[in-house]
Design a protein around this ligand. Structure first.
Ligand SMILES: O=P(O)(O)OC[C@H]1O[C@H](O[C@H]2O[C@H](CO)[C@@H](O)[C@H](O)[C@H]2O)[C@H](O)[C@@H](O)[C@@H]1O
Length: 344
């Protein structure tokens, strides 16, 4: 893989149409300093603690406030209005209909084909909460995912580190792609399905050379936010999240720019599982944030399967369908299992 033009970027996985990145100091978008940093081959990058610190403290908080999901929710619906009463939401739903209401149509297209299920974690399988360490999955959701995995190859594709998302999900029978797909592990249970291929690609880490740099960035960010009340830093192995939900309700992410994202991870997993026959396979990807759009885009562009966006607000999306929240995601997963049982 050619990493010669790689650099870390800051991404905001929550805000889809917000000007957060545009308003960031450019040195945060692609900071480029070598002294004291790690000379990672092919990378024009190391860490300037001072610049990161300055930028976070001076530039980001305003941008974060303006792109706050809570603020957008209020703007979108007006205080006190439910999505159902909002004409903008109804108009959006016409373009991105409920996957529950469209369930019959979805499964009619899947008749005689194999379904593969891809699930984002935060905001999809667990509700968004203030403390990222407390974003646990409910036992009923776990049961729903376990059942789905009995009938369909199922993968979790998360921005979290692979280990952390596994600690939350705790299901060995799934495939896990952590760090936005930059850390893919085929489960031992799934070895039986495709033994040779899984052994070859048991662990796939396309951004491995960035590890020392990400650790260095984590240290710098920890230092930079140490004076910001409520801000925390989460090392997700191949990317780092700066949480400012408790400062201004958002998360900011630093990760390597390599030609790899959740969309590529889905393609990789489909190939790994021998499910890349688009004529006969229907991948279903459910996710709630901007990083999931890469996966929705792949499904749309290859005209294969369905992206389902979890959102209570109208958003520009490449997904075909929508679900409002994790409880609707669970309902959808239960529908899939019921349908499969009856069609066997
Ligand atoms: O790809 P995902 O599985 O959706 O992970 C994306 C980020 O999710 C987590 O942050 C988000 O959820 C937290 C818990 O509900 C919430 O406190 C935070 O404000 C959200 O942004 C995770 O902590 C991040 O590291 C992931 O990048």
């Amino acid at each position: 893989m050619d990493l010669s033009n790689s650099s870390p970027v800051i991404t905001d996985p929550v805000a889809i149409n917000q000007p957060l990145l545009g308003s960031l100091p450019s040195n945060l978008m692609q900071y480029s300093v070598m002294p004291g940093g790690y000379p990672v081959p092919g990378m024009n990058v190391s860490v300037n603690r001072l610049k990161i610190g300055e930028a976070i403290v001076s530039g980001l908080l305003d941008a974060m406030k303006s792109s706050s999901p809570r603020r957008r929710l209020n703007v979108a619906f007006g205080q006190g209005n439910s999505p159902d009463e909002d004409p903008a939401y109804s108009a959006w739903m016409a373009k991105c209909p409920s996957a529950l209401a469209s369930f019959k149509k979805i499964v009619a297209n899947a008749q005689g084909k194999k379904i593969a299920v891809f699930l984002d974690y935060d905001g999809t399988l667990s509700p968004i909460v203030d403390d990222p360490d407390k974003a646990v999955m409910s036992p009923v959701m776990r049961a729903a995912v376990r059942n789905v995995a009995k009938y369909f190859p199922t993968a979790i594709v998360s921005g979290r580190s692979r280990n952390k998302v596994f600690e939350f999900v705790k299901l060995k029978e799934l495939y896990y792609a952590g760090s936005h797909g930059m850390d893919i592990m085929a489960s031992s249970a799934n070895y039986e399905h495709n033994a040779e291929k899984c052994k070859q690609a048991n662990l796939f880490q396309p951004a491995r050379e960035f590890l020392p740099m990400i650790d260095e960035v984590t240290k710098s960010l920890l230092q930079a936010v140490s004076g910001v009340d409520g801000a925390t830093v989460e090392n997700n192995k191949f990317c780092v999240s700066v949480h400012y939900r408790n400062v201004a309700e958002k998360v900011l992410e630093v990760r390597p720019v390599i030609d790899w994202d959740k969309g590529k991870a889905v393609e990789f997993l489909l190939q790994l599982l021998g499910l890349n026959d688009s004529e006969n396979v229907i991948p279903i990807y459910i996710g709630d944030d901007r990083t999931d759009e890469d996966a929705f885009k792949v499904l749309r562009q290859t005209n294969c399967g369905y992206g389902i966006l979890v959102s209570q607000v109208p958003k520009e999306t490449q997904a075909f369908y929508s679900l409002r929240d994790p409880s609707e995601v669970m309902e959808f997963l239960n529908f899939l299992v019921r349908w499969k049982k009856h069609s066997m």
